[in-house]
Design a protein around this ligand. Structure first.
Ligand code: ADP
Ligand code: MG
Ligand code: ZN
Length: 561
């Protein structure tokens, strides 16, 4: 492409019109833009930064316009990484974008700017919609296309030995109208044993310790590193902007301050770390679509206290769940009392035999509480984490991304986003078991060297029944016909409307289910079995038998694409 030229100089504070009626948010965006120009002054020579389009704990993404040599204007996404990101991490993210990106639905990179510890990655701007805004509007055909393109991106990065580790809709940009897709955010990527990305060998399989209160385990952090160079345009793979040879050292105090600073930038404690901030009030809000897209699982419903709770000083060791609560949410669930979940190494050592009293019970004894926690990579967003990640299996591969794609498909087929919502690994595992079955989860865990115990048996659910029930296309499992007023309140379909009346002459007689046989112009009344078959294979609890992205693309569901 044409490279941008410095034909105009944009004043630092002159790029955003200021009016006295600016909202607080808009003013804070202005001041963020101003700070970015100050931190990386060379940006002002090339870009007019227009808006902030994404903000997470670890980066802020801005929309910038540049005048090209041929006089045209192009839009770019400028990702400003927080200064405490580790240099090797930043370089690895860049290397993924430069080597793997720019094709096959993977975002590419155009430039990279650096001043001292501030790094700005410049990518082509892709207009996109947040999944929460469109999920209630999508047709089955659109869902089929979405998953096809996501799998294409995964096949491509997996061929390079790149595990993305944070596959979720926020990181897979989707332009519904243009039918374009782009995988972004390699900030957590890791390499397989034979990865072709050199820098991923350096950051490969680095275990991360659980951090309380963080919904996304993220990249390594590093303090600001004094730097001599001012700019690094035209990033090349061979010359990463930073070297990892001498990791800088910082005092705990500065580190704490830096993290605090980064949190205050994000200003979203407890929220998902990467969220697009809509700049305008969407008309979808008015239709009630946003309101409808609540998770099928949420912690409020799943966190409850049982006798086991008294022993759970460490929340991530044992959690109790009440699947019965889920019946409020209108989908088939196991009935009965609370179930608690825990994971263990399957074999006990001789020492454990004598000292531990909690094996195969739903408690964690003091001996176990005192044990050192097992560490394994667990980066990502809890609701999208694969069972082998949740159980801290040390050998994790590209299959973890395939699981996340399965969670996305489950979300799209059921019309619920997010589907799983949990900040704790054991809650997330309990939610998975509620759908996929507790015995099945235990069996799969055994295959990858873990023991998963659930105090109560949770049956595996039929995926079609589950999705159709959540979409309101099927009655509740116990054949209860919900009152029509209920349909409006729950808005299962995500359309903000009650189910459409049956065609003339087909008024349901008393006792007949009003939704059976409802025609749906978006194709939700004729979802083929292949869709649920693929979903079943993506959500295979055992990573060793889970379908690969390459094979999934050959699935009969994608015939004709
Ligand atoms: P983070 O590491 O903070 O999650 P991401 O790379 O995921 O950062 O970007 C955050 C958000 O910024 C994305 O969810 C998306 O909305 C927006 N974004 C990122 N890259 C682009 C791009 N190239 N074009 C348009 N928007 C982008
Ligand atoms: Mg992201
Ligand atoms: Zn014990």
């Amino acid at each position: 492409m044409e490279s941008p030229v410095c034909t105009e100089t944009f004043p630092i504070d002159g790029c955003v019109k200021s009016t006295s009626k600016k909202s607080k948010t808009s003013r804070s965006v202005e001041s963020d833009i101003e700070s970015l120009y100050k931190a990386v002054p060379q940006l002002a020579k090339t870009f007019r930064i227009i808006d902030k389009i994404g903000e997470g704990t670890f980066s802020s993404v801005y929309l910038g316009e540049a005048r090209m040599r041929d006089g045209s204007r192009d839009m770019f996404a400028l990702k400003h990484l927080i200064p405490i990101s580790h240099p090797t991490r930043i370089a690895a993210e860049l290397q993924c974008l430069t080597v793997v990106g720019g094709r096959e639905n993977v975002m590419g990179v155009e430039y990279c700017f650096r001043k001292e510890d501030h790094v700005v990655i410049v990518m082509p701007y892709m207009e996109h919609q947040a999944i929460i805004d469109v999920i209630g509007l999508l047709s089955f055909e659109e869902v089929r296309l979405y998953i096809y393109h996501l799998l294409k991106a995964l096949r491509h990065i997996h061929q390079f030995g790149v595990i993305h580790r944070d596959i979720k809709p926020n990181n897979f940009l989707y332009n519904r109208k243009a039918k374009t897709f782009a995988l972004v955010d390699f900030g957590l990527a890791q390499g397989t044993a034979d990865t072709q990305i050199k820098l991923l060998k350096v950051v490969r399989q680095k275990p991360s310790q659980p951090r309380a209160g963080s919904s996304t385990e993220r990249r390594d952090k590093a303090p600001p590193k004094p730097s001599s160079s001012a700019t690094a345009p035209h990033q090349s793979t061979a010359h990463p902007p930073f070297s990892s040879s001498s990791p800088p050292i910082t005092t705990p105090a500065t580190r704490k301050a830096l993290i605090k600073k980064s949190r205050s930038i994000a200003g979203t404690a407890g929220a998902s770390t990467s969220r697009t901030k809509p700049t305008k009030v969407s008309s979808l809000d008015l239709l009630g679509i946003r309101k409808a897209q609540r998770p099928v699982f949420s912690e409020r419903n799943l966190n409850s206290c049982t006798s086991a709770a008294s022993t759970t000083k460490q929340a991530n060791k044992t959690e109790s769940v009440r699947p019965g609560d889920l019946s409020n949410r209108r989908f088939p669930s196991a009935r009965g009392g609370p179930a608690s979940v825990r994971t263990q190494k399957p074999q006990r050592t001789a020492q454990q035999t004598f000292t531990c009293s909690c094996f195969q019970t739903d408690r964690v004894c003091n001996v176990c509480l005192a044990r050192k926690q097992q560490v394994a990579p667990r980066a990502g967003t809890p609701g999208f984490r694969a069972p082998e990640v949740l159980t801290k299996c040390p050998n994790q591969g590209t299959a973890i991304d395939v699981w996340s794609a399965g969670v996305i498909l489950l979300s799209l087929l059921s019309g619920r986003y997010p589907f799983f919502k949990a900040s704790d690994d054991m809650i997330a595992l309990a939610q998975i078991m509620t759908i996929r079955g507790s015995r099945e989860t235990g069996r799969a865990a055994k295959a990858f060297g873990k023991a998963v115990l659930c105090s109560r048996e949770l049956p595996r659910l039929d995926l079609r029944e589950l999705c159709e029930t959540l979409r309101g296309r099927r009655p509740l499992p116990d054949d209860e016909v919900p009152p029509v007023t209920d349909c409006k309140d729950t808005d299962i379909d995500g359309t903000g409307k009650t189910p459409a009346p049956l065609p003339k002459g087909q008024d349901p007689t008393p006792g007949e289910k009003p939704w059976s046989g409802l025609h749906d112009e978006r194709g939700w009344d004729r979802v083929p079995d292949e869709a649920y078959d693929l979903l079943d294979r993506l959500l295979d609890l055992n990573p060793n038998s889970r379908i690969t992205a390459a094979l999934a693309l050959q699935h009969p569901l994608f015939k004709g694409l």
